[in-house]
Design a protein around this ligand. Structure first.
Ligand SMILES: *Cc1c(COP(=O)(O)O)cnc(C)c1O
Length: 352
């Protein structure tokens, strides 16, 4: 980000000029009095779910803000991070004109969303050590480059990106840097939330789908400057986070100890799995992981994948991803699941 960074220059014109939909519950501001709600055409009978959810998810954001040390005005919530990422595309990327940069091998949704939004995806492959090639990335940047997607810890490689590389990108890129921290709770590194104040071009996404164990409720979180959050807020569907999701998310966030205990068990199991996998004859390499999965190179990933399926175990074959030839991604399960996996691997070890 250079001296003259301004978010107005990045936002799409139609987004800058549009008036957002104003929902019934947006117009009414809570003041603590008991009110009679005859504004939203809801059915008056019911147990709470007959009412539309809070479109701004105020209580949930207050909880997250306290937990993460940011302001509620720096948070946007979505129906999974996938919705958050899509909103970022739609707010900032002009279809058929703008481009984004992604760093394969990485999370597949960035490319899907680029295609869906008709935005060119300039791929700059990671270096062999799975770190961003900063010089090559900056060479790909032109005046139409709106976003660079940095997934750290990266899926499927499992590593975080070096602080120096990310800093260099943040400092030298005039567009937005999105750091996807879906797996940050499994890493010993602190993540980038504390740097939000320093970089007006920084967007951080997190999720309750991984460490928080709530993939089923779909809650994605976006942290950014107040200006960026205001823009995303303007274009989000009014009731994009449903009432049940808000309730379950708040219950879970009230249990940080339980979440931490689960994370520790998963990390312990990751270690166990790594030790045991490395003993398998067909296993060539296990890449260091700061997430809840292990990427491993085997003799023949497609064959081992099929053999495991026959054993009733589903893993992820990543062999078709650049730099990932003959790799399989193993999600760390419970101790019992991991034992099942290892027993199945032993059974297929000598199969052709
Ligand atoms: C799993 C994952 C997500 C989570 O997406 P949700 O829509 O929040 O479930 C985001 N980014 C990456 C890199 C992931 O692997």
């Amino acid at each position: 980000m250079k001296e003259d960074f301004s978010i107005e220059k990045l936002v799409r014109r139609n987004v800058a000029e549009m008036k957002p939909y104003s929902s019934a519950r947006d117009e009414y501001k809570k003041d603590g009095r008991k009110m009679t709600f005859l504004d939203a055409n809801e059915n008056p009978f019911g147990d709470g779910l007959n009412r539309y959810p809070d479109p701004q998810q105020t209580s949930l954001k207050e909880q997250l803000a306290a937990l993460k040390g940011v302001e509620t005005s720096q948070i946007l919530l979505g129906n999974g991070s996938d919705e958050v990422l899509d909103l970022i595309f739609r707010a900032f990327c002009e279809p058929r004109q703008d481009n984004v940069i992604t760093l394969p091998p990485t999370y597949g949704m960035y490319k899907v969303l680029a295609n869906l939004n008709e935005v060119e995806d300039r791929e700059v492959v990671l270096k062999p050590d799975f770190q961003p090639d900063v010089a090559k990335i900056l060479k790909q940047v032109d005046e139409k480059t709106k976003i660079i997607f940095l997934c750290s810890p990266n899926n499927p490689t499992g590593n975080t990106f070096s602080e120096a590389a990310v800093l260099e990108l943040l400092k030298n890129f005039d567009g937005l840097a999105v750091i996807d921290e879906a797996y940050i709770d499994f890493s010993e590194k602190p993540g980038w939330l504390s740097k939000l104040q320093d970089f007006p071009n920084l967007i951080i996404t997190q999720t309750l789908s991984k460490a928080y164990g709530l993939a089923g409720i779909r809650l994605g979180i976006c942290y950014a400057s107040v200006e960026i959050i205001q823009i995303l807020n303007k274009i989000k569907p009014p009731y994009n986070v449903n009432e049940l999701t808000q309730q379950r998310a708040m219950e879970r966030l009230e249990q940080p100890k339980v979440v931490q205990e689960e994370i520790e068990k998963i990390l312990e199991q990751r270690k166990y799995l790594e030790t045991e996998l490395s003993k398998m004859a067909f296993l060539k390499e296990i890449f260091p992981s700061e997430a809840n999965f292990l990427l491993a190179k085997v003799d023949n990933a497609s064959r081992r994948y099929e053999q495991l399926l026959r054993e009733g175990i589903v893993v992820r074959n990543r062999t078709n991803q650049v730099l990932c030839e003959n790799t399989i991604r193993f999600t760390v399960g419970t101790q019992e699941e991991n034992r099942e996996l290892l027993e199945a691997l032993k059974r297929i070890e000598n199969q052709k």
